[in-house]
Design a protein around this ligand. Structure first.
Ligand SMILES: CC(C)[C@H](C(=O)O)[C@@H](O)C(=O)O
Ligand code: SF4
Length: 411
């Protein structure tokens, strides 16, 4: 019987063919926790009698969610992580090195065909690399750090097949917002998603990460982009699905005519064509996160803002996804373009995404954000409203002080 990508990756790890619905215990190729989940992971590790992590080279801790520490309590949690990493001989990514998902990919902690476990819900981002990656809670992660193993129910797979070339000025973020709108936030619960078709084949690694990242917003266990067209700077063996693989559901979309998309408050699946929201006044524009804080995202924002000033009633915050993204954006001139336009640069990391620090909106304010979540209170204030869009939409809206279609600045 044919297999999906997820079934194949898990089978390769188990040493026998397995299919959706089976319960397995598999070895993992790597695991990580951030400063939100790391401290709880360390506590659980000790409570379970853990002494040594299974392989220091395959485990990582990242200080990214509240970095640099905004208060004494978090400063002490960060210290606990640093102490544990030192004691275990494992790598700790410091404040400013970047968002966990970005640094795991940049530092090759995860590669095609891997099984990777992270104590963060956006771990499926690595599906961009043709890997099976999923998020777990801190206790599960502690067990994985001890044993190098994870128990899994092999997920059923939903296939999302897209054809057509995205129009000029329409990006991977618009595509994935559109798909989240169609599948809904609970439409793929505990299922794997396979993104296939010519539209995805054309995407860069960064854009594939944007797509796989928002699998989480559909409730998916993992989201894997078909490896066709994937270019990496090392050789890899691509895992592709069998022709007769069994899918629980298949969606087919022709996205050639897709317009820029916006997700309105207060759910990522409240997605509509941007024309529905054009003219909505905004106070705050944010570009960053594991969804859209990469070089291509900053570049497109700079293309729009070059030589211009953001609207006087808007503040704009930029949090590059990693130090390496920041350095690239400095050397290609993107960063000075953004700052000259009036944007404020903050430490590479999660920034204001999850509302723990660095840029909480005020009561009644409206945010246009390149992030992946817009639940009520997501950025730290339940009395603000968050719209999600592509970095291009965020930049163009910052310029005009209202939500606008970025197309006119790009084509
Ligand atoms: C705080 C952390 C546990 C959380 C997650 O797991 O996703 C965060 O990264 C988020 O995006 O909401
Ligand atoms: S950038 Fe946002 S979505 Fe991504 S890991 Fe950080 S808090 Fe979560």
């Amino acid at each position: 019987m044919g297999q999906t990508i997820s079934e194949k990756i898990i089978s390769n790890h188990i040493g026998k063919k397995v299919y959706a619905g089976e319960l397995v215990v598999s070895e993992v190729d790597g695991c990580m926790a951030s400063d939100t989940t790391g401290p709880l992971t360390i506590k659980a590790f000790h409570e379970m009698g853990g002494k040594k992590v299974f392989s220091p080279d395959k485990c990582a801790l990242i200080i990214d969610h509240a970095a640099p520490s905004p208060n004494e309590r978090i400063a002490n949690l960060h210290k606990m992580m640093r102490d544990f990493a030192k004691e275990q001989g494992m790598r700790l990514f410091e404040i400013g090195e970047g968002i966990c998902h970005q640094v795991m990919v940049e530092n090759a902690y995860v590669k095609p065909g891997n099984i990777f476990i992270g104590a963060d819900s956006h771990t499926p981002t690595y599906g961009a690399l043709n890997a099976f990656a999923c998020g777990v809670g801190s206790t599960d992660l502690a067990a994985t750090m001890m044993t190098g193993k994870i128990w899994l129910k092999v997920p059923q797979t939903i296939q999302i097949n897209c054809s057509g070339k995205l129009q000029e000025g329409v990006t991977a973020k618009d595509l994935i917002l559109f798909l989240v709108g169609k599948v809904t936030v609970s439409g793929a619960t505990y299922q794997a998603i396979e993104f296939t078709g010519e539209t995805f084949e054309r995407l860069s690694l960064a854009s594939r990460m944007t797509v796989a990242n928002m699998s989480s917003e559909m409730g998916a266990k993992t989201g894997i982009v078909h490896p066709k067209g994937l270019k990496l700077d090392y050789d890899f063996e691509a895992i592709t699905p069998d022709e007769d693989a069994n899918y629980i559901k298949t969606f087919d979309f022709d996205v050639a005519g897709l317009e820029p998309q916006v997700s309105a408050p207060e759910s990522p699946d409240n997605v509509h064509n941007i024309s529905n929201y054009e003219g909505t006044k905004i106070n705050y524009a944010f570009i960053g996160t594991c969804c859209n804080g990469r070089l291509e995202d900053l570049n497109i924002a700079a293309e729009i803002l070059k030589g211009k000033k953001i609207h006087p009633d808007v503040r704009m915050v930029i949090a590059p996804a990693s130090q390496s993204v920041l350095l690239d954006a400095i050397s290609n001139g993107t960063m000075s373009t953004l700052i000259e336009a009036g944007a404020s640069l903050i430490t590479s990391g999660c920034g204001p995404c999850v509302g723990t620090h660095q840029g909480v909106p005020a009561d009644g304010e409206v945010v246009i954000s390149a992030a992946n979540r817009n639940f009520r209170g997501r950025m730290g204030n339940p009395n603000s409203n968050i719209y999600l869009g592509a970095p291009s939409t965020v930049a163009a809206s910052a310029l005009e002080g209202q939500i606008v279609n970025p197309k006119k600045y790009l084509v």
